[in-house]
Write a protein that binds this ligand. Structure first.
Ligand code: S3P
Length: 176
C-alpha cells in the first residue's frame, strides 16, 4: 500500500548521507518533484540555514523546520528530504509515524563517518558540526541512529554507492 496523499517517499538520515542528491535523482526517475525542508526553511527565513542558527538560534531553526515538515508532509506529492535533525522533534516523529502507518515510505539513508565526511566537507554550512566536525558527526549519529531506525520503513546503506544506485534500490523497493 502507498500513501494516497503527501510525499511518495520521505528521506531521513544524518548530514552527508546524500538525502538531497538522492531526492533529486529519485524524483527525476519517478517523474516527480523533489523537495528539501532545509530549502523551505531558507525561503521562509530569507537566509541560509547557517545564518538562522547563528543569528536566531537553534530553537528558532527547529520551529521553522517543524513547520516546513508539516507543510511538506501535507502537500508535497513527490520525494521529500528532511534536514538531518528534523526527526528529533516529537511532533515530526508523530507525523512520520502517521504517514508510515498510512502506507508512506520513510527511507533511512545510512552512512558511515568515512563516507559522510567527504560529502559534507565539514564546512561552515553545518553549524552543528563546527569545532570538531568528525567527533561531532559521530556523536550526533550515535544519538540519532535509534530514532532513524525506528521511524524508517526501509534502510539503505549509501557508503561507496552512487546516488543513482541508491535511488535504484529505493525504486526497486517501491515496486517501480
Ligand atoms: C542538521 C542538518 C542540516 C540542517 C541543519 C541541522 C542536523 O541538514 O538541517 O544544519 O541537525 O543534522 P542536512 O542533514 O541536509 O545537512
Amino acid at each position: 500500500m502507498t500513501s494516497s496523499t503527501g510525499p511518495r517517499v520521505v528521506l531521513i538520515g544524518p548530514p552527508g548521507c546524500g538525502k538531497s542528491t538522492v531526492a533529486g535523482v529519485l524524483a527525476e526517475r519517478l517523474g516527480l518533484a523533489a523537495r528539501d525542508t532545509d530549502t523551505d526553511v531558507e525561503v521562509v527565513a530569507g537566509k541560509s540555514v547557517a545564518d538562522v542558527f547563528l543569528e536566531d538560534g537553534e530553537p528558532r531553526f527547529r520551529a521553522l523546520e517543524r513547520e516546513a515538515v508539516t507543510q511538506a508532509l501535507a502537500v508535497h506529492d513527490g520525494v521529500l528530504a528532511l534536514g538531518g535533525g528534523a526527526v528529533l522533534d516529537e511532533y515530526t516523529q508523530a507525523a512520520l509515524e502517521a504517514y508510515a502507518a498510512a502506507g508512506g515510505v520513510v527511507v533511512f539513508l545510512d552512512v558511515s563517518l568515512a563516507h559522510a565526511g567527504p560529502r559534507v566537507g565539514f564546512n561552515q554550512a553545518r553549524p552543528l558540526l563546527l569545532g570538531n566536525p568528525r567527533a561531532k558527526w559521530q556523536a550526533l549519529m550515535d544519538g540519532r541512529r535509534p530514532v532513524y531506525e525506528r521511524l524508517a520503513t526501509l534502510r539503505v546503506l549509501t557508503d561507496a554507492r552512487t546516488p543513482g544506485q541508491v535511488a535504484h534500490e529505493i525504486e526497486t523497493a517501491l515496486g517501480e
